[in-house]
Each structure stands twice: as structure tokens, then as C-alpha cells.
Design a binder for this molecule. Structure first.
Ligand code: ADP
Ligand code: MG
Length: 407
């Protein structure tokens, strides 16, 4: 795999210099990763299981305290700088990239955190809007940076204060506040997965998350297996409407099934056997939607088992089954995603591949033996371009750490 670390480090160094030029001080640096969901699609809003991994693409926040109560935020991706007063943060969105940072500051403040004035420089190499959750990565990186700065300011103002043991930042609470910022401030409906993995991700690990209880387990992804994410470069416009319809169909399934199974609150509570017993009472489409969700939850748990025993072949098979179910039962794939999956399946060294994210465009994810990554890039990239006339972006990485300070 080509080592991009050097380029990233050089760029980070020049951003640090830029920060000094802009704000006259050396910053502390924090980063949070984007993510890819390996298996468990459309299960989150059914209270089920997902299995994302943090990816080696990040949003970095360079930050230094200010003596006043201002937040000055510059995004290097947009070459734009904005300024806010911490004591008069806007209560609603402006439809601007800064919403993602201000929303988090506002939610932290509402939760009782006393933030302090700061200068921030933001830069991300997570592709924006590609479905790899640059949004959660900017939220979580900014939230962590703002909190850590506030704690440091507190320490400086009260050098004698008795500090609690360990890192005072609770990663799960941070993830929940960032999700709230995206839901209530930015105004985008999203589950907890993206912010949770950006907060809790671990290098070389996938994360099995129970979206109901927020219990999670980290599972090994061997170093010699790469994540190859292929961007179809399309996003079909009916995605939003179809998404709402799928949610409604799942709710309809729960309503009917819970007449027989009073303990069923969400499709998470329905087993394959339950569906066999009572599925005939569901309209045909609802039956297929439920079959996807219930089967997908089971596949995520089997996939966790496969990773814990190091069985990547079994894991890959489950990825392929997940894709088939999303395509045929849940009907959220599209020609471009199916083509990308078919092309990837042919390449030697591919354990498994599936669409990832909500569907109707966006990305596929494949688990590929490291030695076959270059052939994968070539074969899939050329094949997709030949068939569609559109050059796909292909991002290759391994599982990365969640949010933290960059040494
Ligand atoms: P995704 O999360 O799939 O990348 P979203 O539409 O949810 O797509 O989030 C992308 C938005 O997040 C961008 O349009 C921008 O407003 C904001 N954002 C992400 N990264 C940055 C950044 N480095 N600088 C400024 N804004 C960012
Ligand atoms: Mg997003």
C-alpha cells in the first residue's frame, strides 16, 4: 500500500505554521476519523446492530485559547473564517459548514460545559459528502478540542484544583452530544453510529455496536486486510424519500408483529423464527423489508463471531449476503453500486464486498488482502470507468483510532 503518511504529516506541519501566522500562537492538534460501515445496514433505526470501523482519513482541529469569549473558526477546506460570541451562540443553523462546529459548542454549553474562547483551524481529508461521515469527524474532533481546551483553561485559572483521575472526557457522552448537534442543530437525521465510531474507534479493530444499549465490542481486523472503499460518484435524488418510506415500512412491520409478540418494540426484537411464524400476515413488501433487517442483525452478530475467530472468509461471505439482501429485499441498491460490487468480486484477494451507507449511490466497501490492493484499484477503477464513463474514487486504508490529541 502506498504510504500517504508522509504527505499528511507535511501538510499538518504547514497547517501548524499557518495557524501560527494567523493567530500568533502554537496550537494543540486534535483529530477524529471518518468511518465505513462494514456490515449492519439500515439496522440502526431498528434498534439493531452495526459494525463500523474508523478509517485512516481524518478531520484535524488546530486550537489555541483566546483571552476573550470569542470562537474564531477557519476551515482550510473552504478557505473561510467565521467568528462567534460564546455568550450569544446562534440557537439555529445558518446552512453553513460552521453549523457543525457551532452546533457542537451549543450542545456542550446546554449540557452544562463551560467553554472558553479559542481560535480553531479545521482541515479534513475525509471526502466531503461521500458517505464516509466527514460530518461526524468534524463534530467529534471539534467537540473534543473544545472540551480539552476548556479543561486546560480551568486548570490554568485554578492551579491548585483537585482533578478527577484519568481523562475527564466521556467519549460516549461526547458522541451523543455530537449526534444531538447534527439532529437538532444542523437538522440532519442520523443515528448514533457515526459519532460513536469517531469517538471510540481503535486501530486495527472493527466495532460491534448495539444501537439500543450502546454496548460495544472491539474486534480484530488483521493488518494484512485492507479496507477498499469505492465511490460510485453518484447519489440518486430519490434517496431521501425512499429512506423515509423504508422506515415507515419497518414501523408497519413492528405494529403488526407486536400484536402477536407483545414484547416487540422494534425489529431488533423479532427473530427469524418469529418472522416465519407470523410473516404471512405482513404485506409482501413489508415482509421483505423485515426479512432484510432481521437477517442483517443476525449477520452482524455472525460477522463479529467470524472476526473474533479470525475467519475472514466467513466475514466476506456475510458481506456478500448483506449486499444481496439490501439489493433484493430492502431495495436500496442501484445499478452503479451493483456494478461496483460485481467488479470487486472478480478480483483475487477480495474476501467480501457490499454497498455501504444508506444506498442509491455513495460507496461500496471491500475487505481485500493487502497484497492485492493495487490490482484491485486498477481492475475496479478501469472496469467502472469503462462501463459508466465515470472515474470512481477509491480510498484504501486500514482501521484507525478514534478521536484524540495528535502528539
Ligand atoms: P458526509 O458526512 O457523508 O461527509 P455530510 O453532508 O453529512 O456528508 O457532511 C458534510 C458537511 O460537513 C460538509 O458539507 C461541511 O458542511 C461539513 N464539513 C465536513 N468536514 C468539514 C471541514 N473540514 N471543514 C468545514 N466543514 C466540514
Ligand atoms: Mg454525514
Amino acid at each position: 500500500m502506498p504510504d500517504t503518511n508522509l504527505a499528511v504529516e507535511n501538510h499538518a506541519h504547514s497547517l501548524e505554521q499557518k495557524f501560527v501566522q494567523l493567530f500568533g500562537e502554537s496550537p494543540r492538534i486534535y483529530q477524529a476519523p471518518g468511518r465505513v460501515n462494514l456490515i449492519g445496514e439500515h439496522t440502526d433505526y431498528n434498534d439493531g446492530f452495526v459494525m463500523p470501523a474508523a478509517i485512516g482519513f481524518h478531520t484535524r482541529v488546530f486550537i489555541a485559547p483566546r483571552p476573550d469569549r470569542k470562537l474564531v473558526i477557519r476551515s482550510e477546506n473552504y478557505s473561510e473564517q467565521v467568528e462567534f460570541d460564546l455568550d450569544h451562540l446562534p440557537a439555529t443553523r445558518a446552512g453553513h459548514w460552521s453549523d457543525y462546529v457551532i452546533g457542537v459548542a451549543e450542545m456542550l454549553a446546554r449540557s452544562g460545559k463551560k467553554l472558553s474562547g479559542a481560535n480553531l483551524l479545521v482541515y479534513g481529508d475525509v471526502p466531503l459528502g461521500a458517505g464516509l461521515s466527514s460530518s461526524a469527524s468534524i463534530e467529534v474532533a471539534a467537540g473534543y478540542a473544545l472540551l480539552d481546551s476548556a479543561y486546560r483553561a480551568l486548570d490554568q485559572a485554578n492551579p491548585g484544583r483537585t482533578k478527577p483521575e484519568g481523562n475527564p472526557i466521556d467519549r460516549t457522552k461526547l458522541a451523543l452530544l455530537c449526534q444531538k448537534a447534527e439532529n437538532d442543530f444542523v437538522g440532519a437525521r442520523c443515528g448514533i453510529m457515526d459519532q460513536f465510531i469517531a469517538s471510540h474507534g481503535k486501530r486495527g479493530r472493527a466495532l460491534l455496536l448495539d444501537c439500543r444499549s450502546l454496548e460495544y465490542r472491539l474486534l480484530p481486523l488483521p493488518d494484512d486486510a485492507a479496507l477498499a472503499i469505492c465511490n460510485t460518484m453518484v447519489k440518486h435524488s430519490h434517496a431521501q424519500g425512499a429512506d423515509n418510506q423504508r422506515r415507515a415500512e419497518c414501523e408497519a412491520g413492528v405494529r403488526i408483529l407486536s400484536k402477536h409478540l407483545p414484547n416487540v418494540r422494534a425489529l431488533r426484537d423479532v427473530t427469524t423464527e418469529d418472522l416465519e411464524a407470523y410473516g404471512s400476515e405482513l404485506p409482501e413488501i413489508v415482509m421483505r423489508r423485515c426479512r432484510h433487517v432481521i437477517g442483517e442483525d443476525a449477520r452482524v452478530l455472525q460477522a463479529a463471531e467470524a472476526l473474533s475467530t479470525g475467519d475472514l472468509q466467513a466475514f466476506g461471505k456475510l458481506m456478500l449476503e448483506s449486499h444481496r439482501s439490501l439489493r433484493d429485499d430492502y431495495e436500496v441498491s442501484c445499478a452503479e453500486l451493483d456494478l461496483m460490487v460485481e467488479l470487486a468480486k472478480q478480483v483475487e484477494g477480495v474476501y467480501g464486498v457490499r454497498m455501504t451507507g444508506g444506498g442509491f449511490g455513495g460507496c461500496t466497501v471491500a475487505l481485500v488482502q493487502a497484497g492485492h490492493v493495487e490490482a484491485f484499484r486498477r481492475t475496479v477503477g478501469e472496469g467502472y470507468e469503462r462501463a459508466t464513463g465515470c472515474k470512481p474514487e477509491i480510498y484504501v486504508c486500514t482501521a484507525a483510532d478514534g478521536v484524540g490529541e495528535v502528539a
